[in-house]
Design a protein around this ligand. Structure first.
Ligand SMILES: Cc1cc2nc3c(=O)[nH]c(=O)nc-3n(C[C@H](O)[C@H](O)[C@H](O)COP(=O)(O)OP(=O)(O)OC[C@H]3O[C@@H](n4cnc5c(N)ncnc54)[C@H](O)[C@@H]3O)c2cc1C
Length: 374
């Protein structure tokens, strides 16, 4: 076994999944998270089948399926409410798992956190990795409370805004995608199974969609310009404005928004580090090294695939550097397929009417490529 005690930096989906996968293989795991406390914030998430396959492997699939809302198809609409197509979603995790599960982010986080605790992961909140040293077969952490500790490996899972990434010698940085996104959790009616609506003109959003997360709730997303206009509108009013020309099921969603709706607006950025993700025994995983515009909802799925495969390689017999190189070589082509498809789709969102644009084909091909296990 290459590693027996590991420090994980960051308690998002990547850090927690890595922690569980390693702990289930008898690795002693400590996880530090800079937040002082876990907060129940965040919107919905579409968990694709290939992420569900990882959750099956780490023993949390029953809780995920019991908490989220499974779907195997999505309806495509025109903005005026006409149905364009009802499309089956590829079952990227195999036929024994749903194509997707819609879920509230804090619910998934809580499931992973409980599993990490059950497997004996030591979690320390309110701490950051201030510095590190690589020393032969070990890595030394210096945490923000000044403590120095020695590990077989340190996993940096601190997200797209990673402050540790440059310290690993990685020169790539996050870049704007040209898109912004509003997200909100709101109510739905039972017949609303999930949909994406495409604009008929350029007077509002690039695209609007929703995913059920429970019997009566869904989360909506509104893709738009990354710059919020200075029009004096409250967030929920701005989303209503962007959705004004979207009808059918979207009338219900638009009207359900109000001053109490929990909304979030952000610019969408991306990053893809194709070269090494490590400096000695300090290794970055997840969004610290690959994040994509969420146009095929694969961001977190790719993060948790990293986590499981990393744990598998690092707990096999063999040389650490060789195992890491083999892990990296296996991950890059798979992630690159998702990155290329997501950036192509973002480009077509920004330039509607591009000749030969075929988002349905690109989306389907990218997802079908993920059906074989990573
Ligand atoms: C608008 C949007 C919609 C998305 N929708 C989907 C979707 O539907 N499906 C999907 O699969 N993916 C989706 N994604 C992608 C998904 O959210 C991310 O891929 C995933 O959450 C990244 O997880 P992570 O753990 O790598 O990073 P993060 O979630 O960013 O977690 C990093 C953690 O590290 C902590 N941290 C940061 N710095 C330090 C430090 N120095 N020391 C200690 N801790 C630190 C942070 O507090 C945080 O808890 C979406 C992304 C966006 C932006």
């Amino acid at each position: 076994m290459s590693v027996r005690n590991v420090l994980i930096v960051g308690g998002g989906f990547t850090g927690l999944t890595t922690a569980i996968a390693l702990a289930r293989r008898d690795v002693k795991v400590t996880l530090v998270e800079k937040a002082q406390a876990w907060a129940r914030v965040g919107h919905g998430l579409t968990i694709q089948g290939n992420a569900l396959r990882v959750f099956k492997e780490i023993g949390v699939i029953d809780e995920v399926l019991a908490t989220g809302h499974p779907e195997n198809a999505v309806t495509l609409f025109w903005a005026d409410g006409r149905v364009m197509a009802k499309m089956p979603t590829p079952r990227t995790g195999g036929d024994d798992l749903p194509a997707t599960v819609g879920m509230l982010r804090p619910d998934l986080h809580e499931i992973l956190l409980r599993a990490a605790e059950r497997h004996g992961v030591e979690i320390r909140l309110g701490l950051e990795l201030a510095d590190f040293e690589t020393q032969g077969d070990t890595a030394v952490s210096v945490l923000s409370d000044g403590t120095r500790e020695t590990w077989d490996a340190i996993v940096v899972a601190d997200g797209i805004k990673s402050q540790n990434r440059p310290k690993l010698g990685i020169t790539e940085d996050r870049a704007p995608s040209g898109l912004g996104i509003w997200r909100a959790v709101t109510s739905r009616t039972p017949e609303m199974i999930g949909g994406i609506a495409y604009p008929l003109d350029d007077s509002g959003a690039f695209k609007v969609g929703y995913t059920p997360v429970s019997e009566d709730q869904c989360y909506i997303f509104v893709l738009c310009s990354p710059v919020r206009p200075d029009n004096g509108l409250e967030g929920w009013q701005e989303v209503q404005r962007l959705m004004a020309n979207y009808h059918g099921e979207f009338d219900h969603l638009r009207e359900s928004l109000g001053p109490d709706t929990f909304l979030n607006f952000q610019e969408i950025e991306w990053i893809f580090v194709e070269g090494p993700w490590n400096k000695g025994r300090v290794v970055a995983l997840g969004e610290a090294v690959h994040a994509v515009p969420p146009l095929i909802a694969q961001g977190a799925a790719q993060c948790v695939e990293d986590a499981l495969l990393f744990a598998e390689y690092m707990t096999q017999d063999g040389d650490f550097d060789e195992q890491l190189a083999a892990f990296h070589a296996r991950r890059i082509p798979r992630i690159k397929g998702v990155v290329d498809a997501s950036l192509q789709l973002a480009e077509w969102e920004l330039h509607p009417g591009t000749p030969d644009a075929d988002p349905g084909r690109v989306m389907a091909q990218a997802l079908m490529a993920l059906v074989p296990a990573p």
